[in-house]
Write a protein that binds this ligand. Structure first.
Ligand SMILES: [Zn+2]
Length: 197
């Protein structure tokens, strides 16, 4: 059943990229590059956060509904696992949260950030937002389109045909069946070579 409010997350040290992308998509995510397991568990429990971890033993220390054992090493797959697990696609609000400190960004006027951004940005960009916690200023710069493409690809079905084709190719390469088949073909080839000798 779909929850009305998306879960908040506590992400373990090994999953920095996942944490960053959850924030890019607007999800409340705490992450520390260094934190003791005990501290992380306590924080997740205290703040009612779902623990996302690559550490199986750590995952066993939280109740089922409050933990997700992340299966993949690749962050796009990790992100998809989390989005699918909690049916989060309708809750995605890209660029609404500070990537550094997780606070919600607030829209701000161009004049207000005049002294805080490079001059050419001030002259070219119309919309800015600011983090009320760390005062970092955000705007949709040149990296924006690249991020948009990545988001589209991650969302899979909604992604471009090209991205989907790319994913399919990778999946086929990863497919164990295909590898086994190649090995069989190779040994067949060896047998044939031996016969010829
Ligand atoms: Zn901030």
């Amino acid at each position: 059943m779909r929850e009305k409010i998306p879960p908040r997350f506590a992400v373990d040290c090994m999953l920095g990229k996942l944490a960053k992308w959850l924030r890019i998509l607007g999800f409340d995510t705490v992450y520390f590059s260094r934190i003791q397991d005990e501290e992380l568990l306590a924080l997740a429990r205290r703040e009612g956060r779902v623990l996302l971890t690559r550490d199986y033993h750590l995952s066993l220390r939280m109740r089922d509904k409050q933990v997700v054992f992340i299966e993949s090493d690749a962050w796009p797959t990790q992100l998809r696992q989390v989005l699918n697990r909690f049916q989060l696609r309708d809750f995605i609000k890209p660029y609404s949260r500070c990537l550094e400190c997780n606070c919600l960004l607030q829209p701000t006027s161009r004049e207000a950030v005049r002294q805080l951004v490079p001059h050419y940005v001030y002259t070219q960009v119309k919309e800015f937002s600011i983090c009320p916690c760390c005062s970092r200023v955000y705007w949709r710069g040149t990296h924006f389109q690249d991020m948009e493409r990545k988001i589209a690809a991650i969302l899979g079905e909604e992604g471009s045909a090209e991205a989907k084709k790319g994913n399919r190719k990778r999946d086929i390469r990863k497919n164990r069946g295909a590898v086994t088949k190649r090995i069989e073909q190779k040994s067949q080839l060896n047998r044939n070579n031996n016969k010829e000798k």
